[in-house]
Design a protein around this ligand. Structure first.
Ligand SMILES: [Zn+2]
Length: 108
C-alpha cells in the first residue's frame, strides 16, 4: 500500500461515492489515509471509475429544456453529448426530424 505523504501512514482501501456531473457512482474503491482522511485513487481505480461512467452514461440520455436566444428556441448540448459524437464547437451538423424526434448528426 502507498503511504500518505503527510502522515507517513499506509493508506487503507475504502468505498466512497463518486460524483461525476449528474452521475453518482456508489461503492467506488479509493485509498484513504486513516489519520488525515485524505482520499486518492490509484490509476487502476481511476480506470474502473471511467469504465463505470462509460457504462452508466451509455446510452447518453439527459434532460434539457428548450430555452430561447433572440426569441428563437435553443437547446444547450451537454459537453459529453458533443464529445460522444466526436464533434466540437464550430463543427457543422445536420438537423432533421424523425417522428417526434429531432436528430442532430455530425455532417460527414
Ligand atoms: Zn495522511
Amino acid at each position: 500500500m502507498p503511504k500518505c505523504p503527510k502522515c507517513k501512514t499506509e493508506y487503507v482501501e475504502v468505498e466512497v461515492d463518486f460524483e461525476y456531473g449528474d452521475i453518482i457512482l456508489r461503492n467506488v474503491k479509493a485509498l484513504k489515509c486513516p489519520q488525515c482522511k485524505d482520499e486518492l485513487f490509484t490509476p487502476e481505480q481511476y480506470r474502473l471509475i471511467r469504465e463505470r461512467i462509460r457504462s452508466v452514461a451509455q446510452p447518453l440520455k439527459l434532460k434539457r429544456k428548450i430555452s430561447t436566444a433572440g426569441n428563437k428556441p435553443i437547446v444547450y448540448l451537454p459537453e459529453d453529448v458533443v464529445k460522444a459524437i466526436n464533434a466540437k464547437v464550430g463543427d457543422a451538423v445536420d438537423i432533421y426530424v424523425e417522428g417526434n424526434k429531432i436528430i442532430i448528426e455530425k455532417t460527414a
